[in-house]
Design a protein around this ligand. Sequence first.
Ligand SMILES: Cc1cc2nc3c(=O)[nH]c(=O)nc-3n(C[C@H](O)[C@H](O)[C@H](O)COP(=O)(O)OP(=O)(O)OC[C@H]3O[C@@H](n4cnc5c(N)ncnc54)[C@H](O)[C@@H]3O)c2cc1C
Length: 290
Amino acid sequence: MEVRINEPMIKHTSFRAGGAAEWFAIPEQAEELKAVLAACKKADTPWYVIGNGSNLLVSDKGFPGVIISTAKFDRLEVNGTEITVGAGVMLSKLANTAYKAGLTGLEFAAGIPGTVGGACVMNAGAYGSEMKNVLKNVTVLTAEGNVETLPAEELKLGYRTSVIPKKGYLVLEAVVSLTEGNMEEIKAVMDDLAFRRKDKQPLEFPSAGSTFKRPEGYFAGKLIEDCGLKGFSVGGAQVSEKHAGFVINKGGATANDIYCLCKEVEKKVQAEFGVSLEMEVKLLGDFEEE
Ligand SMILES: Cc1cc2nc3c(=O)[nH]c(=O)nc-3n(C[C@H](O)[C@H](O)[C@H](O)COP(=O)(O)OP(=O)(O)OC[C@H]3O[C@@H](n4cnc5c(N)ncnc54)[C@H](O)[C@@H]3O)c2cc1C
């Protein structure tokens, strides 16, 4: 199995910021993944699994342990109206496979730059749909080291949440259940959503998409904009001028710049509107408010 030493996480996170992983392992199947976990346990070394790093901020100090990439869990098999897909497959690839098979249901996911594993954990969603609507079952490696296939209902998928991290599950693969559709219509929806993303989102800058979860009854971006924070910067990190719900790396942002900017935004929104913002982006490692 490929194992890299001192791997810069800048290469593996969509924020393009953060320090290095002491080790970076790329297992190809469940047995190799189990071997990595067993080695970590034996050496009392921390580990963390990532997909495409598109919802992740890694500390500038890096990660003193093993970061495990699911990139090689790349199975992709269409069986009638179902698709079996490895945790490391990008949602764009899965959505395109569905389209080519004339299957509808995954158009919403085509522009989300994450893997199937990350999308299960986050119950990724957009434009009125989410993974919960298409996931049939998920095969996981449990914290006890068993490979189990669980019906999607057991994952308690909610708004950008699931029980996967709490239970210590590692997603190996998933089955999505779709509906027969019309290829032209599927393509038209995918094109429309891609246009809407490009129009509204600062896709020309590194980011992790929506930085904060949507607080009940509000939109995070609107609250941030109404605080006058569009364009607000800390170092190389900035609240996007195009979409205030996105924190972007304008160039050379450290992970701590991004973190401090987010904490400032949270404070200002709390002070102005009495609303607590919660980060959607996952933090890995130590961060300090300056
Ligand atoms: C430009 C842009 C637009 C975006 N738009 C959207 C959007 O419209 N909707 C949306 O929901 N999100 C969006 N996102 C956020 C992100 O793409 C999603 O949250 C995505 O599902 C994360 O997948 P990932 O593979 O990158 O996960 P990562 O960022 O690598 O990981 C996220 C979390 O999942 C865990 N994880 C990853 N893989 C596994 C696995 N196999 N088993 C167990 N745990 C795992 C990680 O430990 C981490 O806690 C956007 C991001 C960007 C940069």
